[in-house]
Design a protein around this ligand. Structure first.
Ligand code: AMP
Length: 302
């Protein structure tokens, strides 16, 4: 089962307290697709401009990502600049240039339309809906979002929430969306809107998965040094969806979702150890297995 992933493909400029890097490969679909590619075949949907660097395109190809749904339009690729505070869970957007994204209407290749597993990565909810409308009969839909869309596109975001199975969201955004500080209350309020499950990411503190009657909590992989948290959420969502796709099932039980949360956390942990996609692009099965065992031992207590 291939996983269909839509989102942004970006050129990022990143400022941390100690380093500044420009013209990096970024974007929600970039991180998510590469993370998912460790588990399943990936059909990517997105847009870049004619300035998109060839080595970045080759990185996707090297990971086996299907680029049939990647449009190349006259103009510049989407650009984003972000700055992290000392506490790297806090970041500010310094600049966003939509460029080719401004007029983008995703068009799914025919071969993508029967996709069963869909990840609506972080882009405007209107575009997420546009993609969903083109899928014949989606089996399981995961969506991600961000504070910007809660501020400027709440109506469309609520429409998305009614059509998905699982929402991935971070703690502050869950509180912003539901106006509830308590994360269990926030999670329950999100489930009331539509999705059957919600995965609330807590940055360096891990992730909480909730359904109407079950929950699962896992810590983040303990890292001494974080270089660049950009894309951690997208890697989480990508690995989560990719792992589910690899199960080749049409329905998932809660234990499948728990394992998907662990794989999501795993890919996120590799991603933040380096800038851009450098922490994940060359991972080996051995790297993944080793960290998976640490997660297993972290969540067992007898
Ligand atoms: P994350 O750190 O997981 O929230 O994702 C960071 C990535 O999101 C960066 O690589 C950005 O290029 C991308 N991004 C930032 N703002 C937006 C936006 N408004 N729409 C889509 N992608 C964005």
């Amino acid at each position: 089962m291939s996983v269909l992933i839509v989102g942004s493909i970006a050129i990022d400029n990143i400022r941390t307290q100690t380093e500044q890097k420009d013209d990096l490969l970024g974007g929600s679909a970039s991180y998510a697709s590469v993370a998912a590619s460790f588990f399943d075949s990936v059909n990517m949907v997105g847009i870049v401009g004619t300035d998109f660097p060839k080595p970045y395109r080759e990185l996707f190809i090297n990971r086996g990502v299907n680029l049939e749904g990647l449009e190349v339009a006259e103009g510049k690729t989407f650009r984003w600049t972000g700055e992290y505070e000392v506490n790297m869970d806090n970041r500010r957007t310094l600049n966003t240039e939509l460029n080719v994204f401004e007029t983008y209407q995703p068009k799914l290749p025919q071969s993508y339309r029967s996709s069963q597993l869909i990840l609506l990565g972080n882009i405007s909810p209107a575009l997420q809906l546009h993609v969903l409308d083109q899928v014949d009969r989606p089996g399981f839909v995961v969506a991600d979002t961000m504070n910007l869309w809660i501020d400027v596109a709440l109506e469309d975001l609520n429409k998305v929430l009614k059509r998905i199975d699982l929402l991935v969201i971070n703690d502050s955004e869950a509180s912003q969306l539901t106006k509830k500080d308590n994360l269990i209350q926030a999670g329950r309020a999100i489930l009331q809107i539509g999705p059957k499950y919600v995965a609330i990411k807590k940055g360096a503190h891990g992730c909480l998965l909730l359904s109407q009657d079950q929950f699962f909590s896992v810590g983040a992989y303990p890292l001494e040094h974080v270089k660049d948290p950009t894309g951690a959420g997208d890697c989480f969502a990508g690995a989560f969806a990719g792992y589910l796709g690899s199960l080749e099932k049409s329905a998932f039980d809660f234990s499948d979702l728990k394992k998907a949360v662990v794989y999501g956390s795993l890919l996120a942990s590799f991603s933040v150890e380096a800038f851009s996609l450098d922490g994940i692009k060359d991972l080996t099965q051995k790297d993944l297995d080793r960290r998976f065992q640490v997660f297993r031992s972290m969540s067992h207590f007898d």
